[in-house]
Design a protein around this ligand. Structure first.
Ligand code: FAD
Length: 317
């Protein structure tokens, strides 16, 4: 059975969702899945990996967080286990650690993959090319296929299994170490974490009109506010909210694009969303080509009505 090592991020004693998706993707290939968890809190989170397809969960203890120390530890595990593949979620931490692991293994990293397949003993991956215009299926000739997986694309599998939890070598000190994390005031839901994203574009005309987008997001309760680059460049919204090629990649259950034309660079960041709703007054706007539901009309009339309808449905439970 193909051994695959998966880097499992954890917080508050539990694996993070993106890592559970990566475990699920590896398990769906029928692989022998080895979860690797690093640093403080890893022991508490490790047993949960069994319920999501890991046969083994290996804890690499450490007193703090250092991406290069974690990468050294994970690369050593990949070598020791003679794994065919190393996977991580394409989170900011995954994107920090995975290239380091790939470099230590002298392998190419395939980033932001949207599909995996087993071709004999070799893995092939699919990933968007040219800002999502093409899907490329690639095979690595390196001994270990290293890949990060786009979030919210691979389902979390509930296998109900049990992982054999073991403790490996303690992590070294690392050159870059995390000192502290401080939550910003207001602690908004991040676009890449949310199951619903409501994004606004230049069609909103001016920054204060984003109140409409915030109102619709608030009506859902679990939605984050996103933005096109045009409005971020104009200083209406922070870069943290930008969706697209030079912003964040999102793949929520529901993506609502309001007054966004649908430039290829924007589509690159949201095309894999499960359901896309576009609101635009131009029936020829390219966003409608990727939308599951399109509303042709004025955002200033439609968005408040939609927010009211969502509130009403939520109130009915
Ligand atoms: P516009 O293209 O101006 O579209 C506004 C839309 O609003 C129009 O379709 C219009 O019909 C509609 N509208 C107007 N009034 C109303 C109304 N009252 N009601 C409803 N609809 C209305 N863009 C990104 O978003 N993310 C990126 O990461 C990104 N990266 C880029 C990287 C590079 C290298 C380059 C060159 C560009 C990048 N862009 C990115 C920019 C991208 O090409 C577009 O310029 C940008 O996405 C346009 O933003 P927009 O849709 O808000 O504005």
């Amino acid at each position: 059975m193909t051994p695959i090592v998966v880097f499992v991020e954890h917080a508050a004693g539990a694996p993070r969702r993106g890592s559970l998706e990566a475990l699920g993707a590896a398990g769906a290939l029928g692989a022998h899945v080895i979860a690797v968890l690093c640093g403080p809190g890893a022991e508490q989170a490790a047993p949960r990996c069994g319920q999501h397809g890991a046969a083994r969960a290996l804890v690499l203890p450490g007193s703090g967080w250092s991406p290069d120390a974690a990468a050294q530890g994970i690369a050593a595990v990949v070598k020791a286990e003679q794994a065919n593949a190393f996977l991580a979620s394409a989170t900011s931490t995954g994107r920090d650690v995975a290239p380091r692991v790939a470099a230590l293994l002298d392998c190419t990293l395939f980033s932001d993959c949207t599909a995996l397949a087993l071709d004999g003993a070799r893995l092939t991956i699919t990933r968007p090319w040219l800002a999502g215009k093409l899907d490329a299926t690639l095979k690595s000739s390196a001994p270990v296929l290293c890949a990060t997986l786009r979030r919210n694309v691979f389902p979390v599998r509930e296998t109900g299994g049990t992982a054999q939890v073991t403790t490996g070598n303690a992590l070294g000190a690392g050159r870059a170490t995390l000192e502290k994390i401080e939550a910003r005031a207001g602690g908004k839901l991040d676009v890449s974490e949310a199951t619903v994203v409501v994004s606004g574009g230049r069609g909103l005309k001016e920054a204060p009109h984003f109140a409409l987008i915030e109102e619709l997001a608030a009506a859902f309760g679990n939605a984050a506010v996103g933005a096109s680059r045009a409005v971020v460049d104009a200083g209406w919204r922070p870069h943290a909210e930008q969706v697209g090629q030079t912003g964040k990649t999102v793949s929520p259950q529901l993506y609502i694009a309001v007054g966004i034309s649908g430039a290829i660079q924007h589509l690159a960041g949201m095309k894999t969303s499960k359901v896309i709703v576009a609101i635009n007054k131009d029936p020829e706007a390219p966003i409608f080509k990727v939308a599951d539901y399109g509303i042709v009309g004025d955002a200033f009339e439609i968005v408040p009505a939609l927010a009211q309808a969502v509130r009403k449905i939520k109130a009915q439970g």
